[in-house]
Write a protein that binds this ligand. Structure first.
Ligand code: DOR
Ligand code: ZN
Length: 349
């Protein structure tokens, strides 16, 4: 095992930075590790207009300390009847890098999401022509479908028809959690990519219930059985060009997770590269970490890889257990719990 690992500075292709006090507390943790990040638009209200994205991008830049170089890549939140002209304008003006499809009510702040693919067909046609990728939260919302089956059913019921209907559309299946998701991406080379989170690589669904219910392991899509985690580990560490890094870091203050109806989301930004390195080391694939973290994503998006290098050290994880959020709730400091796998992490960033 090497004692250090040098790679091109990575990018994070799926991040929730929130806004206001949360943004101020969280942005630095992503910017310390990553050069660029795809910013999720599920604010309240969602980011649907070019002007809103430009203003949000300014707030993100202002929240990142001046000594860190960080580029937020903005996405458009698709709603029913999404305006093709607004999508094209934002793409042409260099604001939108992609658009995000949340099936309505699938997850946090998705109430304004899409209720039927017919209602975004015009927008998707415009994106297809413009070469603008679609980022998909791949879960059906039918309450009749078991929560652990929602990704697999989405692939059959929604994504397969969508690929046929829009043959030129590039699609990222975000935060893959199943072996079916891995196989679906692999079956569509050239037009599909898939992001994989550090937490879905680190634990299976048992962890959520080990010794009691553990809200900080709850996110959506929910972690699945061990066989699925192993499929994700194979995909991520394969070096295959279709799979790339997306942390889905999703901060919620501890009080909104540790309650009767806790929010979905794992805040992993301070430990992301350390946990990925641990997974790749366990799989004897450290030589492929750079492809997953720093090369495959830019290639999919048609962007240059970063030139700067970063170094990971083989040393016990050195990261805070929580991050304070000053300024929330009338001046009360609240905290966000930082993700930590149950198994040791022997890498430091
Ligand atoms: O666990 C999740 N949290 N999954 C999502 O899709 C959204 C995210 C959030 O915004 O908190
Ligand atoms: Zn997300």
């Amino acid at each position: 095992m090497p004692s250090t690992l040098t790679l091109r500075r990575p990018d994070d292709w799926h991040v929730h930075l929130r806004d206001g006090a949360m943004l101020k507390a969280c942005a630095v943790h992503t910017a310390r590790q990553f050069a660029r990040a795809i910013i999720m638009p599920n604010l309240v209200p969602p980011v649907t207009k070019v002007a809103e994205a430009v203003a949000y991008r300014d707030r993100i830049r202002a929240a990142v300390p001046a000594d860190l170089k960080f580029e937020p890549l903005m996405t458009c939140y698709l709603t029913d009847g999404a305006d093709p002209a607004e999508l094209l304008r934002g793409k042409n003006e260099g604001v939108w890098v992609a658009a995000k499809l949340y099936p309505a009510h699938a997850t946090t702040n998705s109430a304004h999401g899409v209720t039927s693919m017919d209602r975004v067909a015009k927008g998707l046609e415009a994106m297809e022509k413009a070469g603008m990728p679609l980022l998909v939260h791949g879960e059906v919302t039918d309450p009749e479908v078991d929560i652990f089956d929602r990704e697999a059913v989405f692939l059959d019921k929604t994504l397969a028809p969508l690929l046929k209907r829009h043959p030129g559309l590039k699609i990222v299946l975000e935060h893959i959690t199943t072996r079916e998701g891995v196989a679906f991406v692999e079956a569509n080379p050239g037009r599909m990519g898939g992001t994989i989170t550090p937490h879905h690589l680190s634990y299976n669904r048992n962890a959520i219930f080990k010794g009691g219910i553990r809200p900080h392991f709850y996110c959506l899509p929910i972690a699945k059985r061990e066989e699925h985690r192993l499929a994700l580990r194979r995909a991520a560490t394969s070096g295959g060009a279709q799979f790339f890094l997306g942390t889905d870091t999703a901060p919620h203050t501890a009080d909104t997770k540790e309650c009767a109806c806790g929010c979905a989301g794992v805040f992993n930004a301070p430990v992301a590269m350390q946990v990925y390195a641990q997974v790749f080391a366990e799989e004897n694939a450290l030589d492929r970490l750079e492809a997953f973290a720093s090369l495959n994503g830019p290639r999919f998006y048609g962007l240059p890889a970063n030139e700067e290098r970063v170094m990971l050290r083989a040393a016990a994880l050195d990261a805070p257990e929580s991050v304070d959020v000053p300024g929330l709730a009338a001046g009360l400091a609240k905290t966000i719990t930082v993700f930590r796998p149950d198994t040791p992490v022997g890498w430091s960033f």
